[in-house]
Design a protein around this ligand. Structure first.
Ligand SMILES: Nc1ncnc2c1ncn2[C@@H]1O[C@H](COP(=O)(O)OP(=O)(O)OP(=O)(O)O)[C@@H](O)[C@H]1O
Ligand SMILES: [Mg+2]
Length: 258
């Protein structure tokens, strides 16, 4: 068997060269990190669930006309994507105070924000992904004004769509992170949605009980991480009721030694 060329290994995913130029294969690992990788662990089965959840959300976003890198899911842990030039900005959209916003401004976690906030963080692990303003982004040329306009526009659309999607299954979309990238057609480039949308990068609370159904279970040592991700997949209709087929299959493969 020929070995595929690995392009990049991140904390949660591996990127491999795709079958055609301009494509990549995105492999979802079970590794979990928090607090800028100071806390490390694995959530067995997470990669399988995130692959499915991200496929689902990106497909729905594509259906309403949001351009994304997603092409198709290949197997349990892999999806085919368009290669982009990543804009080195993490775009965080917040509807409810939580996490670093609550801490930074001394807000009570769970406070409904009077309006949606978009924040930008410069993607640099060594610096701990610092919060930056559009001034910094323009000053250092990380993205043009036009690109930032498109990014903010898409972020709001994705937020409106996802807030409704999750509200329909009794889940509050508290906040989430997006990454965008450039694709080039001849001399022009445009911005498309990249990376993943999964409970790794979203805060998702049960609307009735406020139970956390996302990576905060790992960050805060609450336990039941994989069950929470599974619950999100189940509510989105990605797992048969009362069953756990995706994970059972993953487990089965692992036990067989691949
Ligand atoms: N379509 C794409 N084309 C190229 N790179 C992509 C694409 N989608 C996502 N990426 C990048 O691939 C990597 C995915 O790996 P992972 O999420 O594990 O990274 P990470 O450890 O979070 O690191 P980073 O700080 O770079 O995000 C990220 O660096 C992400 O920016
Ligand atoms: Mg990442």
């Amino acid at each position: 068997m020929t070995r595929r060329r690995q392009i990049y290994e991140g904390k949660a995913k591996i990127l491999y060269e795709g079958p055609e130029p301009g494509t990549l294969i995105q492999y979802f690992k079970d590794d979990a990190t928090a607090f800028n990788a100071q806390k490390k662990g694995t959530i067995s089965g997470k990669g399988v669930l995130n692959n499915r959840i991200s496929e689902h959300v990106f497909t729905l976003l594509g259906n309403i006309g949001v351009p994304t890198h997603f092409i198709r899911r290949l197997n349990m842990r892999e999806q085919l994507i368009r290669q982009v030039e990543i804009v080195p900005i993490e775009v965080v959209i917040r509807n409810v105070a939580a996490g670093s916003l609550a801490k930074r401004l001394g807000l009570e976690e769970g406070l409904q924000l009077p309006r949606t906030i978009i924040e930008y963080y410069y993607k640099d692990d060594a610096l701990g992904d610092p919060l930056v303003s559009e001034e910094h982004i323009a000053c250092f040329g990380w993205a043009s004004q036009e690109e930032m306009h498109d990014i903010a526009d898409m972020a709001i659309r994705v937020n409106d769509f996802m807030s409704g999607l999750f509200a329909g299954v009794n889940v509050r979309l508290v906040d989430f992170k997006l990454e965008f990238g450039r694709v080039y057609d001849n001399d022009y480039s445009r911005i498309i949605l990249a990376d993943e949308i999964s409970p790794d990068g979203c805060r998702l609370w049960d609307m009735t009980t406020n139970e956390k159904l996302d990576k905060d279970r790992f960050r805060q040592d609450l336990g039941g991480e994989v069950e929470a991700y599974q619950e999100i997949a189940r509510r989105l209709g990605l797992l048969p009721e009362g069953e756990n087929t995706v994970l059972d299959m993953a487990e089965h493969r692992k036990n067989r030694g691949k």
